[in-house]
Design a protein around this ligand. Structure first.
Ligand SMILES: Cc1cc2nc3c(=O)[nH]c(=O)nc-3n(C[C@H](O)[C@H](O)[C@H](O)COP(=O)(O)OP(=O)(O)OC[C@H]3O[C@@H](n4cnc5c(N)ncnc54)[C@H](O)[C@@H]3O)c2cc1C
Ligand code: FES
Length: 285
């Protein structure tokens, strides 16, 4: 087999045509959630920015948008973390090592990791929302000196649903990183915080005026998180949310993912809060 490093970078592909990818290592994170490494069959994988997504296609089943959850510096694989919630996501979580699948991407606008340099960074994740934030965490850790205080706040429904548990423990060992994890419902063994993740914000230490916030999770969680960040003094144009909408074309043509004037696939999925604040306040999503 040709080593990946000897392969040419992928030529610019037609964004509508899935490329063939092979499933490599698999890791069952939770009973319903799997992380897969996938690599292209015939070229090196294209570069991506933290926060972008691919369209994953299981032959005969369908195609869905899935964020990258791996390190952008690994130029061999895309890594995706998928929760089984429906037909396509279930088919993806049931793929085995060696299976082939279709993939289009990368698409969208990611986290503003370059613009955040020099600032304190607060990342707030709810449940599976930690997956799209993980590439940004890798980036910030690899370029730690370029950022001020870095705070990661993670919420989970219960201790058993906590994603990337071992990695969270490893990140805790970084003295220049503040990590807090909370669960909505504790069990007898849980010794950490209990309560929803926005509740951690008033206790977190950051310079509100120079803070950039990245938020990803269920929309109700993002709503309360934004409110807590604003109350803490973070400016609305420095708060960024990763939005989920039903996607079809992924390149701003079909209108399926429209959110007011924005197409989530092309203008997002990471959107600056001040640009969507009015719509966000009006719509009960
Ligand atoms: C930019 C973007 C990034 C995404 N990244 C990821 C990711 O990294 N990992 C991931 O697993 N998914 C991610 N999603 C969600 C994914 O694209 C699908 O919407 C989801 O997997 C459901 O697709 P399905 O066809 O399997 O289920 P469907 O048949 O569409 O839905 C089945 C049922 O599940 C419900 N449902 C749909 N989506 C969700 C959800 N996200 N959580 C809970 N219930 C849901 C539906 O309301 C429906 O009742 C992302 C979506 C977008 C737009
Ligand atoms: S998915 Fe078609 S416009 Fe966004």
């Amino acid at each position: 087999m040709t080593p990946q490093s000897a392969l040419a970078p992928a030529p610019l592909a037609d964004p509508f045509v899935p490329q063939l990818y092979r499933v490599g290592r698999l890791r069952r994170e939770l009973p319903d959630t799997v992380t897969l490494e996938v690599a292209p069959l015939q070229s090196r994988r294209p570069a991506f920015a933290p926060g972008q997504f691919n369209m994953l296609y299981v032959f005969g089943v369908g195609e869905i948008a899935i964020s990258m959850s791996g390190d952008a510096a690994d130029d061999v694989h895309f890594v995706h973390t998928v929760r089984d919630v429906g037909a396509v996501s279930r088919a993806i979580t049931r793929l085995e090592t060696g299976a082939t699948m279709g993939l289009r991407g990368p698409f969208g606008v990611g986290w503003p990791v370059a613009a955040a340099e020099g600032s304190d960074v607060v990342m707030v994740a709810g449940g599976l929302g930690l997956a799209p934030l993980r590439p940004a965490i890798y980036h910030v850790l690899a370029n730690r000196a370029r950022y001020g205080r870095v705070t990661i706040l993670v919420g989970s429904r219960n201790p058993h649903d906590l994603l990337y548990r071992q990695e969270l423990e490893a990140w805790r060992q970084h003295l220049d990183l503040s990590i807090e994890v909370t669960v909505d419902h504790a069990d007898a063994d849980w010794r950490g915080n209990v309560g929803v993740v926005p509740g951690l914000i008033p206790r977190a230490i950051f310079d509100a005026h120079s803070t950039v916030a990245f938020v990803c999770g269920p929309e109700v969680m993002m709503r309360y998180t934004v409110r807590a960040l604003l109350e803490a003094g973070v400016v609305s144009d420095r708060i960024h949310l990763s939005m989920e909408r039903n996607m079809k074309c992924a390149i701003g043509l079909c209108g399926h993912c429209q959110f007011g004037p924005a197409f989530v696939c092309k203008d997002g999925p990471v959107l600056r809060f001040d640009r969507i604040a009015r719509l966000y306040a009006e719509r009960e999503i």
